[in-house]
Design a protein around this ligand. Structure first.
Ligand code: ATR
Length: 276
C-alpha cells in the first residue's frame, strides 16, 4: 500500500515492455518494506523532455533511462558525473531541488559483475562492438587502468569511440579470432547471440587457458559464446549480473537503501529468461 509520501521512480524507454528493471526494483522495495514504487514508463522520443519535466513536477525521485533515450537524457541534465561524460550517455537520473543529475552506471555495473564472478579487471581486454554499451564498458576498464582493444564490424564507429576515449586500441573486425590470443578478458558488447539476433562468429581456439569471457547479452542467460567458453574450461561472466549491479546506485539514491545483489534477485529475473 502506497501512502501520499511514497517515493517514486521508474524506467523510461520506447518500447519499455521488455525491461526487467521494474521486477528488480519492486522486489527490493518489498524486501526493505519501503513506501515506494518503480514503474515502467513508455515514452516516445519526441515526448522525452516533456515527460521528464512532468515527472519531476509530480515528485518523482528520478528515473532509469533505456533505449532510445540515453543520449537525450545526457543532453538535458544540469550536471553529469564523470561516468556519464565518458560514456556520452546517461542511464540513471536523480531529480533534486537544484536540477537533474545524470549518472551512467553501466560501466561500474560491468566491473562489479566481473568482481562478483571472481574475475579481476586485469586484461588486456578485447571488446567486440562499438555501441553505447561498449563505450561505457571501455571507459570503465580504461579508468581501472586496463588496456582495451576494440573490434567492430563498422570500423568508423570504433574510430569514433577512440576519439572519445584516448588510449583505446582499434582492431579490424576480421582480426578478432587472432586477437583472442593476446587478451586476458574478452567481452561481447554486440547484440550478436541475443535471442532473435544472428550468432556471434568467433573462434576461441587461440584462447589462453586463463582467458575470462564476458557477455553483456542476458537473453538467453547462457549465450553460445559463454557455453563455448565454459566447454573449454574458461571462466565465464554472464550478462544478467551487470543488469543487477547497474541498478544499485539508482535504487540507493532514490530510496535511501543500498540493495544487495544476491541469489534471490538473480533467480527472480532468471526465472523470466530462457536459459539457452
Ligand atoms: P548498444 O548501444 O546497446 O551497445 P548499438 O549501438 O545498436 O547498441 O550497438 C550494437 C553493436 O552490435 C554494434 O557494435 C554493432 O556493430 P555496428 O557498429 O557495425 O553496427 C554490433 N552488431 C549488430 N549486429 C551485428 C552483426 N550482424 N555483425 C557484427 N556486429 C553487429
Amino acid at each position: 500500500m502506497l501512502t501520499a509520501a511514497a517515493r517514486l521512480a521508474g524506467v523510461a524507454g520506447w518500447p519499455v515492455s521488455h525491461s526487467r528493471s521494474p521486477l528488480l526494483h519492486n522486489h527490493w522495495l518489498a524486501q526493505h518494506g519501503i513506501d515506494g514504487a518503480y514503474v515502467p514508463l513508455p515514452v516516445r522520443p519526441e515526448d522525452f523532455a516533456r515527460a521528464i519535466a512532468g515527472l519531476r513536477a509530480a515528485g518523482f525521485a528520478g528515473l532509469n533511462v533505456t533505449v532510445p533515450h540515453k543520449e537525450a537524457a545526457f543532453a538535458l541534465c544540469d550536471a553529469v558525473e564523470d561516468s556519464a561524460r565518458q560514456a556520452g550517455a546517461v542511464n540513471t537520473l536523480l531529480f533534486g531541488r537544484d536540477g537533474v543529475r545524470g549518472l551512467n552506471t553501466d560501466g561500474a555495473g560491468f566491473l562489479a559483475n566481473l568482481a562478483a564472478h571472481g574475475v579481476a579487471a586485469g586484461g588486456p581486454a578485447l571488446l567486440l562492438g562499438a555501441g553505447g554499451a561498449a563505450r561505457a564498458i571501455a571507459a570503465a576498464l580504461l579508468s581501472a587502468g586496463v588496456q582495451v582493444s576494440i573490434a567492430n564490424r563498422s570500423p568508423e564507429r570504433a574510430e569514433a569511440l577512440r576519439a572519445h576515449l584516448p588510449g583505446l586500441r582499434v582492431l579490424g573486425w576480421g582480426d578478432r579470432d587472432c586477437a583472442v590470443a593476446d587478451h586476458g578478458l574478452l567481452v561481447n558488447t554486440t547484440s550478436l547471440g541475443m535471442a532473435g539476433q544472428p550468432a556471434l562468429e568467433l573462434s576461441l581456439d587461440r584462447a589462453a587457458p586463463d582467458l575470462a569471457v564476458a557477455d553483456i547479452v542476458y537473453v538467453p542467460l547462457e549465450t553460445a559464446l559463454l557455453a563455448a567458453a565454459r566447454a573449454r574450461g574458461l571462466r565465464t561472466v554472464p550478462g544478467l549480473g551487470m543488469l543487477l549491479h547497474q541498478a544499485v546506485p539508482g535504487f540507493a539514491a532514490w530510496f535511501g537503501v543500498t540493495p544487495a545483489v544476491d541469489q534471490a534477485c538473480h533467480d527472480l529475473l532468471a526465472a523470466d529468461i530462457p536459459a539457452r
